[in-house]
Structure formats: C-alpha cells, structure tokens
Write a protein that binds this ligand. Structure first.
Ligand code: CTP
Length: 399
C-alpha cells in the first residue's frame, strides 16, 4: 500500500525515538518515499545523521537548514508533498500542541500544512498516558480526522509496566497498510484507462492528430491509483510528466495501437474508462517516404478506424464501462445516444460551448449520464477534482 507514496515521518522527543530508525527502514522496504522531520528535543534521543542515512534524505528540524547560506525549509511544501504523515513517537507535549494548533516549531508547521491523512503513534509513561488531559487531546485529534496508532502495554523506560509504549515498528507499518487498504474504495479493482490523442501517420514525418493533452485521463489514472486501484494507463503521445510509479503506463501512437492494447487488457479489467480522443479516420495509405509537394491540391483518402468502445462492448462481460462525449451541439441528446450505442454504463459529457471545458484547459465542466439515463451536472472544476467526481460516481454505481 505504501509503494511510491510520499510519507513525512515526524519524530518527537521521547526515548522511543530510537525506534524511528526501524520505522524508517521498514518504510523504505515498503517502497515509500520518506522525508523526516524531527523536533529539537527528538535530536537529544537520536541523531539526524542516523535517520538521514537510513532515509537517504535530508532531515528537517528547523525553518532554516543552513542559516549562513539562507536555506529555507518550506513547511507548506513539505506538508503538501506528503501522501501520509506519521508522527511516531508522539509525546504528550506534541499531542497537546497538535490538539491546540500551537505552531511553535517546524514539525507543527508541517502538521498544520498537511492535507493528507495523519497517523499519530503516542509514546509516554503510563500515568502521563492515563492523564485526563492526554485522553482529551487524543479525543480531539481523532475528532479532527487524525488516526491514532494506540500505544502498547509492556515495560516502560521508567521501569514501570503498563500502557504507553510506542507500538512496535512492525505493528505501525501493518496498521498503516491495513488502514490504507480499508479506506480505499477501489482496492483490488483493475482499472484500464486510455488518455490523450492518437496520431495517424501520413508519411514518416507527418500525422493527423487532435488537440487532446491527456490531462483528464492522467488525472483519472492518478485518482484511481490513490483510491487503491491497480491502474493500467494506455497513453497516446502527450507532453505530461510521467504518472506515479505504481501506475502501469503503455504508450501508443495510433488508433489501431490503442485498440490492440485495450483489447489485450480488457478481459482482466473491472473498470474501463475511455478518456482518449481517438481518431475516427486514418489515412488509407501511409507513404514509406516523405511525400513531396506537387503542383495543385492534395487529396488524402481516409478510412474509418475501429470504434474501440463498440469493439470492447462486444467482448463485455462484467466490466463497468465509461466513455466520454465531446460535443458542440445537441449535447445531451448526442451523449445519451452514444451511451447506448457504445454499451456504456456511464458517459461523461463535456461541451465545447462551456468556457474552460474540453481539451487543453486545466479545468473541465462535465455532466454524467449514468444508469437509467440519470443526469448529474457538475460545476467547472480542476481536472483533478473532476476526476474525483467521475470516480465517486463510478464507485456509487458499482457498490
Ligand atoms: N471512441 C472510441 N473509438 C473511436 C472513437 C471514439 O472508443 N474510434 C471513444 C472515445 O474515447 C470516447 C467515446 O468513444 O470515450 C466518444 O468519443 P467522441 O469522439 O465523443 O465520439 P465518436 O464516437 O467519435 O463520435 P463523433 O465523433 O461522431 O461525435
């Protein structure tokens, strides 16, 4: 579950901080990308050098790393980078600060900036752990949406026996894995997504294409992956960053290539989302050498490409199929017809008449037509937010 995920590990000043070295090693073993934040008192218990060597990354404990050179550590960037934040060990003092939002150190500023799920593993002596103020702080932290990895019972550093020991590093990692798994609505689902344009070759240097950027399909792939799906992305030629490490990407060029790859992966898929802008026509003849210009006009003969969704529809068993409709007029009517013709469970309509919708924008405005032609309209949103809306609608219909 942690493969390729960005994890901020926050270590605070408890004797249990020595266990953070093991936590780092286990996170690395899981394939997570780690950044470590330490409070100043944590440094009294374990050196930043130990953790930075194990984590193979710099350890942050202050707003500046190198005052002479003026290196500023951006707590907001770090908070936003994280897919998960783990505070382990979390002292009674840190729990209190987190409950009241007291940003008097770098770690607290990162915590307050983080938008991701936060896991807190407290560690302290048993009476401190039992104290009403600690209990109240934990309750408050849970009410904020944080998840507590409760301490274990056993021998404590004070020599006393009881509850308060930091959960064993292996248990912390198991907890993270199980928690993430159960909170992921698409866990165990195989999702096949196509994205971007297709290029239909005319000769070795020229092609017929379209203006699709692939942003919508890539955003859906990333969100599906975040929801735990096993994602295969079949991508036309795009100028986007590589998708997250856990997403399997296959790059194609033409409509025919896309069709072959979609067919190859279709049987094993649970959900199929065709976000690619597929060429409906391709040149009848592809010249082996560069076409030389001649006097007069040039007429290029085109032939129809395979309608991929129609082809997949013929093979459909239990796959949940989603298509897109990009329309300029009679939008709803055309989209409803397309949903039927292409055996789709759900069709996502975007109209080029809506400002900020369709190709080339970072935003989109969609209408989803689902079961029984139920229509749900959405506002103009970022493509990431639109991807969430589409996947939520799919989840609603398959569960
Ligand atoms: N599509 C497909 N195979 C094609 C063309 C389109 O599978 N050869 C898919 C698209 O990926 C999209 C849906 O069909 O999910 C609708 O695409 P769109 O371009 O809106 O419609 P077309 O079927 O091509 O019809 P038209 O261009 O006439 O509107």
């Amino acid at each position: 579950m942690l493969q390729g995920k960005n994890v901020v590990l926050a270590v605070t000043g408890s004797i249990a901080a020595y266990k953070s070295a093991l936590i780092v090693r286990l996170l690395i073993k899981e394939g997570a990308n780690i950044k470590v934040v330490m409070t100043k008192s944590a440094i009294d218990f374990i050196t930043p050098l130990t953790l930075s060597t194990l984590a193979k990354t710099e350890v942050y404990s202050d707003f500046t790393s190198n005052k002479d050179k003026g290196t500023w550590n951006n707590h907001v960037d770090l908070g936003l980078w994280a897919d998960y934040m783990l505070v382990a060990p979390a002292t009674a003092n840190t729990l209190s600060k987190m409950a009241s939002g007291e940003a008097d150190n770098f770690m607290m500023a990162v915590y307050l900036s983080a938008k991701c799920p936060v896991f807190i593993a407290p560690a302290m002596d048993l009476d401190m752990y039992k104290h009403q103020s600690t209990r109240d702080n934990i309750k408050k932290l849970v009410s904020f949406g944080n998840t507590i990895i409760y301490p274990e019972s056993g021998e404590l550093a004070s020599g006393l026996e009881g509850e308060g020991r930091l959960a064993e590093p292996e248990h912390i990692i198991d907890f993270l894995n199980n928690h993430i798994k159960s909170s992921q609505a698409l866990f165990g689902k195989k999702v096949l997504i196509s994205a971007g344009p297709t290029h239909e070759a005319l000769d070795p240097v020229r092609y017929l294409g379209n203006r699709s950027t692939g942003k919508m399909g890539y955003a859906i792939a990333e969100q599906a992956y975040e929801l735990g799906a096993d994602v295969t992305l079949i991508s036309g030629p795009v100028a986007l960053n590589n998708p997250k490490k856990g997403i399997k990407r296959i790059c194609i060029t033409s409509a025919q290539d896309l069709y072959s790859e979609m067919i190859n992966h279709f049987d094993e898929s649970d959900i199929v989302i065709m976000a690619a802008a597929v060429a409906d026509y391709t040149p009848k003849i592809i010249s082996d050498s560069k076409m030389k210009k001649k006097e007069g006009e040039l007429v290029i003969e085109l032939k129809r490409t395979q309608d991929i969704l129609v082809g997949l529809g013929e093979k459909k068993k239990s796959q949940f199929m989603v298509g897109f409709a990009l329309e300029t007029n009679n939008e709803l009517e055309n989209a409803i017809k397309k949903r039927k013709k292409k055996s789709l469970d759900l069709i996502v309509l975007n109209s080029l008449n809506d400002k900020g919708a369709g190709f080339a924008h970072n935003t989109n405005k969609i209408t989803i037509i689902g079961k029984d032609n139920n229509i749900t309209k959405f506002e103009l949103k970022s493509k990431q937010e639109v991807a969430k809306d589409i996947l939520n609608q799919i989840i609603k219909e398959i569960i």
